[in-house]
Design a protein around this ligand. Structure first.
Ligand SMILES: C[S@@+](CC[C@H](N)C(=O)[O-])C[C@H]1O[C@@H](n2cnc3c(N)ncnc32)[C@H](O)[C@@H]1O
Length: 284
């Protein structure tokens, strides 16, 4: 039997709290590697000085931190996330950056605790695919946006275009049986299908919907660095990894390192990623 929405939410909360330390440990590295996505979201959301912005599933602060720098002291950014420990890390960074216009609060993005038409923009990176009720969340987003305001979102595209994530999953599957995922079940690739999230935006009444697959890579000095960092931060992959015996983990690690070797670039490795950037505007 598939888990209820409440169970999914609770599992998500526990999963991301568990990896919060890993996100903080690798923060500088992934900030450098993935900053281009934050800039793209800030552009797609048309952020400007003075705006009031909501960031959904902010985790350790992306793209909320850049959004706060963009809207400046006359603007305001609120980040919301289930996992208090992820948000604690985000708060520490906001303090270091002296961002007094950025606050974080815990909550479920499926039911937003905000008035209707109260935000000039909504941003969200790598969160929506983990929700048990995505359409409900998108309807909530449309409700809190002001007329003419934009939603900008980033979700993972298809596994075949994301060796960065696919390699370990394929190798773990060589050791344990993982049933093919229910295409509607929350997970890393839940919104990978072209048009899926865009259709939900349309159903919620958003217009000028655009969808683009954005290709990039994540660069590591060594394949060992790749495996260690991914296992520290990717909660869903960590859950699969935990099902392997210590012996299987050692063998799987070796195979992942070998497989990542085919993406050698210069003195390091560059693992391809493909991210679906989907945006839409609330009509006047
Ligand atoms: C992969 S992390 C992404 C964090 C950040 N946006 C980034 O790109 O670095 C996914 C985040 O979504 C949050 N999340 C998952 N389901 C959520 C929900 N229903 N409501 C709020 N946050 C949720 C998790 O707690 C986690 O921090």
């Amino acid at each position: 039997m598939s888990p209820s929405p409440e169970e999914v939410i609770e599992n998500q909360r526990q999963d991301w709290n568990r990896v919060a330390g890993g996100w903080e440990k690798w923060d500088r590295f992934f900030d450098e590697q993935m900053a281009f996505l934050n800039h793209r979201l800030v552009a797609d959301a048309r952020l400007r000085s003075g705006m009031r912005v909501l960031d959904l599933g902010s985790g350790t602060g992306y793209p909320a931190l850049l959004a706060a720098q963009t809207v400046g002291t006359h603007g305001q950014v609120i980040g919301i996330d289930l996992a208090v420990q992820m948000l604690d890390a985000a708060r520490r960074k906001a303090t270091l950056l002296r961002l007094s216009n950025l606050t974080f609060q815990t909550g479920d993005v499926t039911s937003l605790p905000f008035e209707q038409t109260s935000f000039d923009a909504v941003t969200t990176r790598f969160c929506l695919m983990f929700l048990p009720e995505i359409q409900k969340a998108v309807t909530e987003i449309a409700r809190v946006l002001k007329p003419n305001a934009w939603l900008a979102s980033a979700v993972w595209s298809a596994p075949d275009k994301n060796p960065y994530l696919k390699i370990p999953i394929d190798i773990i599957k060589q050791f344990i049986e993982i049933p093919p995922p229910d295409p509607t079940a929350p997970g890393i690739f839940r919104l990978a299908k072209p048009g899926d999230l865009a259709g939900m935006l349309q159903q919620a009444g958003l217009v000028d919907i655009s969808e683009q697959e954005f290709l990039g890579d994540v660069q590591f000095s060594t394949a060992e660095e790749y495996v260690s960092s991914l296992m520290d931060i990717a909660a869903p992959i960590q859950n699969l990894w935990a099902r392997l015996s210590p012996r299987q983990q050692t063998d799987a690690r070796g195979k992942i390192i070998e497989s990542a070797g085919q993406y050698r670039k210069g003195s390091g490795i560059a693992l391809p990623i493909a991210v679906r950037m989907i945006s839409g505007r609330k009509p006047w």
